[in-house]
Design a protein around this ligand. Structure first.
Ligand SMILES: Cc1ncc(COP(=O)(O)O)c(C=O)c1O
Length: 468
């Protein structure tokens, strides 16, 4: 429709006028925001954060013009954002947002689709189905693996482990969905000592307990020691990790999985970001053996650079996942097709599968491989630059994560604070096997060589400006 035709339509339809006006305003604000990213500090200034007070307080009695709401958000909210969309944010494991995924998100919100049921949104159901299959293929997982699109790796771990719990207890003659865990045959859960806390949280939510897990010792990179595995059997859930959040290291799946499968254990993989290494011919060998698992949790909002939030739970045995997740009601019309709500904890949910489809469609196989390779090579450059300046890099930089120590814990903390305040880039702290470190996680499609050089210079300046 031309602008003129839209103007005529909006005159006759005030509700349409209200929506188009505010969408155009938001689009302009979003563009202004992106344009301003290079000239602002990556972390928001303390004045901008303090100004957020203006957005709190009591809910007004009267209505507010939507345009005024968006103005408040962009003028007061925007400056208090963390500059995650810039190329110089290296905190946690956070990607940027690909243009196609970002714009698809606007469309999805405009369409206001409920992705829970096929009948409620054929487009959401179909595109989610396609995007899950593309993900399976990119990650090199077995054909026939099914999956659900959830908020992130925490819920993906939860969802996949619910399928594991169902499968092992069903085999033991117990219906856990019907009868719960009281009086159920005992399951044993084995995790690496470096398991991500979100995996333990998922186990807690499933009634499997955080503390009663068997923890396997790890090596200096945080990899599970294959020689220290306990006895595994058909009542065991073995949780492996593909990509440690600090070091980027992978558990030795090739050495562990064949015997674990033969013992009848269910193998689950927390591969929040590391599994995506499978997309690159150069890094694919790191995920060798993980394809032998029974379930996998991963995030699209990390390395594939989808916007928040988007994770996937993938399960080899579709019947186990459906048994753990599906629900029935007379008013929820079902067909013969894949019903999205059979694969996730939620019934109603946003159509993030459409955004996943858009992001992967933009990237294709080559684009995903390129993000993996480019960000890993940026990580190498950070490590080399810091080492050359005399600082200790604590991990083998096998992926996109770098851990650097600037001296003792106080010194390292001071350097991180100074770097965050200086504003060129943003990195956060961690403690790796007892030693304080700064984490550099290179995950964004936006990060250029220039971003890396500017950030490295800022790191070295912050480090040399410390007390000695
Ligand atoms: C290995 C691992 N598992 C799970 C998570 C949790 O992911 P999310 O924040 O998407 O729930 C993370 C987050 O960094 C992670 O690195």
């Amino acid at each position: 429709m031309s602008t003129q035709a839209t103007d005529t339509a909006t005159k006759e339809r005030p509700e349409l006028a209200a929506r188009t006006r505010v969408l155009r305003q938001a689009a302009q604000s979003a563009v202004d925001y992106l344009e301003g990213l290079d000239s602002r500090s990556v972390a928001p200034g303390s004045e901008s954060v303090a100004a957020l007070r203006a957005l709190s307080g009591p809910l007004p009695d009267s209505t507010t013009d939507p345009a005024e709401v968006i103005r408040l958000l962009s003028e007061i909210g925007g400056p208090a954002t963390m500059g995650i969309s810039s190329g110089r944010f290296f905190g946690f494991v956070i990607g940027g947002c690909l243009p196609a995924a970002m714009a698809a998100s606007w469309l999805v919100n405009t369409w206001d689709q409920n992705a829970g049921l096929w009948v409620a949104s054929p487009v959401a159901a179909n595109l989610e189905d396609a995007a899950v299959e593309w993900t399976r293929e990119l990650l090199g997982l077995p054909e026939g693996t099914v999956g659900g699109v959830v908020t992130g790796a925490t819920i993906a771990n939860f969802t996949a482990l619910a399928a594991a719990r169902h499968h092992l207890l069903e085999r033991a003659g117990w219906d856990v969905e019907a009868d719960g865990l009281f009086g159920a045959p005992e399951l044993r859960v084995v995790v690496g000592d470096e398991a991500h806390p979100s995996l333990l949280k998922s186990l807690a939510m499933l009634g499997l307990g955080k503390k009663r897990v068997v923890r396997v010792p790890v090596d200096k990179q945080g990899r599970m020691r294959a020689d220290a595995l306990p006895h595994l059997d058909e009542r065991t859930i073995l949780c492996l990790q593909a990509g440690n959040v600090n070091t980027g290291a992978f558990d030795p799946a090739g050495a562990i999985c064949p015997a674990a499968r033969a013992a009848g254990a269910w193998i689950h993989v927390d591969g929040a970001f590391g599994l995506w290494a499978a997309a690159s011919p150069k890094y694919r060998q790191l995920v060798h053996g993980f394809e032998l698992a029974d379930s996998w949790a991963t995030d699209a909002h990390k390395w594939p650079n989808l916007g928040y939030d988007c994770g996937l739970a993938l399960v080899r045995d579709g019947a186990a996942l459906r048994a753990a997740m599906s629900l029935r009601a007379a008013y929820l019309e079902r067909g013969e097709r894949r019903e999205p709500a059979d694969y996730t904890p939620e019934l109603s949910r946003r159509a993030r599968g459409i955004e996943l489809w858009a992001g992967l469609r933009q990237l294709g196989k080559a684009g995903m491989a390129e993000i993996v390779e480019r960000t890993c090579s940026h990580a190498q450059r950070f490590a080399a630059g810091l080492k050359a300046a005399g600082y200790e890099v604590l991990n083998e930089v096998v992926l996109n994560q770098v851990l650097v120590s600037f001296g003792d814990a106080d010194e390292t903390t001071r350097v991180i604070s100074r770097l965050q305040a200086e504003g060129t880039c943003w990195c956060g702290p961690t403690v790796w096997q007892g030693k304080a470190a700064m984490r550099i996680s290179v995950s964004s499609w936006v990060t250029s060589e220039d971003d890396v050089e500017q950030s490295l210079a800022a790191m070295l300046k912050s480090a040399s400006g410390s007390s000695h």
